[in-house]
Design a binder for this molecule. Structure first.
Ligand code: GLY
Ligand code: MN
Ligand code: MN
Length: 524
């Protein structure tokens, strides 16, 4: 018998339970009794209504208008496993965050249910009553308190009670134990008098299963239900195309923290240039520290791309060197505690000064961005912003002798040669998700009319790969992107990220100013 053979006892234990095999948790009645005793009374906390609560109520009222007489189910989603019993930090689904106002750390497994009532008799004159189903904090006399690593206060810290969360966010709150009944009662084919249920799918597989089982049991057609669920996802995405005042405030906070993060990057650049092989990681790390201190997290993985790495559009490995004389493209965004994120790119000269060819390319991208800003006004279409940037870039590439056809031909649908060096879009909506409103219809997104309150990026670039034989050698290995976050106003727009230098002269003066303010360090 080898030492690897399993005992009958091992064979009987499900694999999923075996993560417990490392621990020796006491289980005696005496221990349980002792653990449940002698805890100070929890301090009574005065719960204030969260500033977001009224905005979230208005968002719910608007979605209620779209779906009278139907039950709407929006899960927050579960904790996601990183490996075995170690989870990623929790982030609720964005549609759930938008309609509840709940941000960082709230509330794994929770589900928002909008229950139809008589038209106009619902919350705020709408057609639904909103209830949040979640797992409230258990008392210190419970086993959960000390033995449940996912929910217990001993493990994860205090969490809200039903009353606290209800008071803070202006929602009815119920224990998650009531969810099944709340989601399934009276549900069925509408032709037979049943209630239609729409679900935001693929957020929580347990809730998907609950709804699907109910549909199968009551004879509701699954395929047409999928389409109805899709319409809800689409409507929730489109609800976010125009931001309310609270959202704009949160985006401003995220942008300001991101600008501070770029200042940190300039400070760390001389040291990064001195790192023998992974200076890009030092840049990434400096920004991450800012994201975690001033906000909740990164809104997306930071791109810190020096030299030719900047021509790899999603360079998030960040394993390269930071080399004086080259450019470093940094695309980074702080996500606020409310989960709104900035999305900003600057392309900085590592030694604080652009070379002549670097400056030439940078200026072309900047001119394209400025043209895009001019086009980003109410009444224009979203696609006009991209077209304005492409017009500038195609003509500049033509003037440099790089286009194999006239700019007019390149700009036509049958040409597009200039896109070899600018293959991505110029803009995307920005909000709770870095690529916000992703389920919106094409006619409201790329073909949509720009409206006050929209927030999107303007981010043209030019990317000349080291191995690109279609351009002269001096261009090769240079990638430039300039990305700002723009708020559309009644009569134009505001660049939310204008606090970060954009022109080559401004960038140089800003970088050298920061270095000289700090012991006169200069990496060149
Ligand atoms: N950072 C992702 C983007 O710019 O779209
Ligand atoms: Mn972007
Ligand atoms: Mn970006």
């Amino acid at each position: 018998m080898t030492e690897h053979s399993s005992t009958p006892q091992d064979a009987a234990q499900p694999l999923s339970d075996r993560v417990e095999n490392r621990s020796q948790r006491p289980d005696s009645a005496a221990f349980q009794q002792f653990m449940a005793s002698q805890w100070a009374e929890a301090e009574p906390t005065e719960v204030e209504r969260a500033p977001v609560a009224d905005f979230a109520a208005e968002r719910r009222r608007r979605i209620s208008e779209r779906f009278p007489g139907e039950r709407l189910v929006l899960p927050a989603g579960p904790l996601k496993v990183r490996s075995n019993d170690t989870d990623y930090r929790f982030r609720p689904h964005s549609a759930f965050a938008h309609l509840t106002g709940l941000g960082v750390d709230h509330e794994p497994d929770a589900v928002l249910v909008l229950e139809p009532v008589q038209e106009g008799a619902g919350d705020d004159g709408g057609h639904h009553e909103a209830t949040l189903y979640f797992h409230p904090m258990a008392g210190r006399d419970s086993k959960e308190f000390y033995a449940d690593a996912k929910n217990g206060e001993f493990w994860v810290g205090p969490r809200p009670t039903l009353e606290e969360l209800g008071a803070a966010y202006g929602l009815r709150t119920r224990d998650l134990g009531g969810l099944e009944d709340a989601v399934t009662k009276n549900a069925g084919p509408t032709a037979l008098g049943g209630l239609r249920v729409r679900l935001v799918r693929e957020v929580d597989l347990n809730v998907d299963a609950l709804v699907d089982t109910s549909r199968i049991n009551t004879g509701v057609d699954l395929e047409s239900s999928d389409a109805l669920d899709g319409e809800l996802a689409e409507a929730l995405s489109e609800l976010r195309l125009v931001k309310d005042a609270h959202e704009v405030g949160q985006l401003r906070e995220a942008v300001d923290a991101t600008i501070a993060g770029f200042t940190d990057i300039v400070h760390v650049l001389p040291a990064a240039a001195g790192h023998r092989h992974r200076g890009e990681r030092m840049v990434e790390g400096a920004f991450f520290a800012r994201a975690r201190t001033d906000g909740n997290d990164l809104g997306y993985d930071t791109i810190a791309a020096c030299g030719n790495n900047a021509t790899v559009l999603h360079w998030i490995r960040n394993t390269g060197r930071v080399i004086p004389g080259e450019l470093i493209l940094v695309d980074a965004g702080v996500e606020a505690d409310s989960l709104y994120t900035a999305d900003i790119t600057r392309t900085l000269p590592v030694n604080g000064r652009y070379s002549e060819v670097q400056r030439r390319i940078y200026q072309a991208v900047l001119d394209a961005a400025d043209a895009a800003f001019d086009a980003a006004v109410p009444g224009n279409r979203f696609r006009d912003v991209h077209a304005a940037a492409m017009e500038v870039l195609a003509r500049r590439l033509e003037s440099w002798g790089l286009l194999p056809v006239p700019a007019e031909v390149s700009l036509s649908a049958a040409g597009q040669h200039h896109r070899r060096w600018m293959p991505h879009g110029t803009s995307h909506h920005l909000g709770l998700d870095v690529h916000d409103c992703a389920q919106a219809k094409r006619e409201l997104y790329v073909d949509g009319v720009i409206e006050p309150g929209m927030v999107f990026t303007i981010e043209p670039g030019l990317y000349f790969k080291a191995e690109d034989l279609a351009v002269p050698e001096e261009y090769r290995g240079i990638g430039v992107r300039i990305e700002d976050d723009v708020l559309i106003t009644e009569d134009g727009n505001v660049n939310l990220s204008s606090g970060l230098p954009r022109t080559p002269d401004e960038v140089e003066a800003w970088m050298t100013g920061l270095w000289h303010a700090r012991e006169g360090v200069d990496p060149s």
